[in-house]
Design a protein around this ligand. Structure first.
Ligand code: NAD
Length: 393
């Protein structure tokens, strides 16, 4: 089938198998070009198919030589519908890992469920014995609880409504958007979905099953960003969930022996999740412009390799005064933020392409779904029904 991008709002409903494979290959090639990391040996990545989770898995496998089990929630191809990008990414990841003799298996299902936790524990016991690093990289709009209740997360403020600039991704036009304030119920639901409860459930279940190596680490991801995003991120409903994540790390550290929990604050990047947040895509486009000019721009893979190499497995693990790992350090540099602020204030429809890296934003966006790679011939017919070796074996 010839597969073309079908963009609806901030997602693309098709994915290109060969392009997703290329996306994974490029990330692996980057990690292989870097020094080896003397770190994790047996890694569980929860939310492993796209964005930061996929990059964590690739960095662990090809940087540390680690065996990985990935938990994903993806769709395989069905009739004329392509599989999701995460499905194709995972198929490619396993193929490349196999080529290099690196263990990689994947479980596809809802990571919030007890069933998937049980399956994961059984697989760890059977194949790895124990794990020494657990990466928690879920980003989800909703969670079905064990009693069947569905909680939906919202991206709203927690104080007054907040008005600022945003970009309409269909037209590249700048407009103003007012982000409404969340109700108490919406905040509680967002914390339920994106807070730390499920992370702790995972660690508790893994510990009870005795599949965590003594001295293991677990890491979950967060974002802080500059003041202009604070009303709808840091101090918004999602920020409340992230605060809960920080408290959860403290809870794991004080209540569960033998495993050290960290939260890593990562850079703002184009992923399927961040595209959905108002204001943020425009901020990211300006940030890309500034950081590319300075030669400090990184994607998910550079961030996650640096997290392993220069933080988690460095001789000294540096954390900030709140105990957070900061891998957003280059984004938050004063000179970067000063330039972003100046561009943010003056950006309008007429200068948007000059002040912001709109092309870079779109390139990342399309590449997440396997499109816009110059070395892939998109007019070729491709097989859309691609198997993930460990799932379809
Ligand atoms: P993403 O959408 O690319 O990845 C989320 C992953 O979670 C995907 O692999 C998805 O399949 C998986 N997932 C979602 N629901 C699931 C479920 N029920 N069961 C199993 N898997 C499920 O998003 P991302 O941006 O990589 O986000 C990962 C983490 O990084 C989040 O905590 C996010 O807040 C954080 N973060 C993101 C940014 C950014 O700018 N993108 C910055 C800092 C921190």
């Amino acid at each position: 089938m010839i597969v073309e991008p079908k963009v609806r709002g901030f997602i693309c409903t098709t994915a290109h198998a060969a392009g997703c494979r290329e996306n994974v290959k490029r990330q692996i090639d980057y990690v292989k070009s870097q020094p080896k990391v003397d770190g994790a040996k047996k890694v569980l990545v929860i939310g492993a198919s796209t964005g930061y989770g996929l990059a964590s898995r690739i960095s662990a496998a090809f940087g540390c030589g680690a065996a990985t089990i990935g938990i994903i929630f993806d769709k395989e191809a069905n009739g004329n519908r392509t599989a999701s990008a995460g499905w194709y990414n995972t198929a490619a990841f396993e193929e490349f890992a196999q080529q290099d003799g690196i263990y990689a298996k994947t479980i596809n299902g809802d990571a919030f469920s007890q069933e998937i936790k049980d399956k994961t524990i059984a697989l760890i016991k059977k194949d790895l014995g124990k794990v020494d690093l657990i990466v928690y990289s879920l980003a989800s709009p909703r969670r079905t609880d064990t009693d069947g209740t569905v909680y939906s997360s919202v991206l709203k403020t927690t104080g007054a409504p907040y008005t600022n600039k945003t970009i309409d991704l269909r037209t590249n036009m700048i407009s103003e958007i007012t982000i409404p304030s969340a109700t108490e119920e919406e905040i509680a639901a967002t914390v339920k979905v994106m807070g730390g409860e499920d992370w702790k459930d995972w660690i508790t279940a893994l510990k009870a099953a005795d599949v965590i190596e003594d001295g293991a680490m677990t890491v979950a991801y967060s974002y802080i960003g500059p003041a202009l995003t604070h009303p709808m991120y840091l101090n918004g409903s999602i920020g409340m969930a992230k605060k809960h994540l920080y408290k959860t790390a403290d809870g794991i550290n004080s209540q569960i022996a033998g495993v050290k929990a960290y939260v890593s604050v990562n850079k703002a990047l184009v992923t399927q999740s961040s595209s959905a947040i108002p204001v943020v895509p425009l901020y990211i486009s300006i940030l890309y412009k500034v950081m590319k000019a300075k030669g400090t721009h990184e994607g998910c893979i550079e961030q996650m390799y640096r997290l392993l190499h220069e933080r988690l497995y460095a001789p000294q693990l540096a954390v900030d005064e709140q105990g957070l790992i900061r891998i957003d350090d280059w984004e938050m540099r004063q000179d970067v933020q000063d330039e972003v602020t100046v561009l943010w204030q003056s950006i309008c429809d007429e200068n948007v392409k000059l002040h912001a890296d709109i092309d870079g934003y779109w390139e990342d966006f399309y590449q997440m779904f396997g499109f816009h790679f110059p070395n892939i011939c998109y007019s070729d017919e491709i097989e859309i029904d691609v198997k993930i070796p460990s799932i379809n074996e």
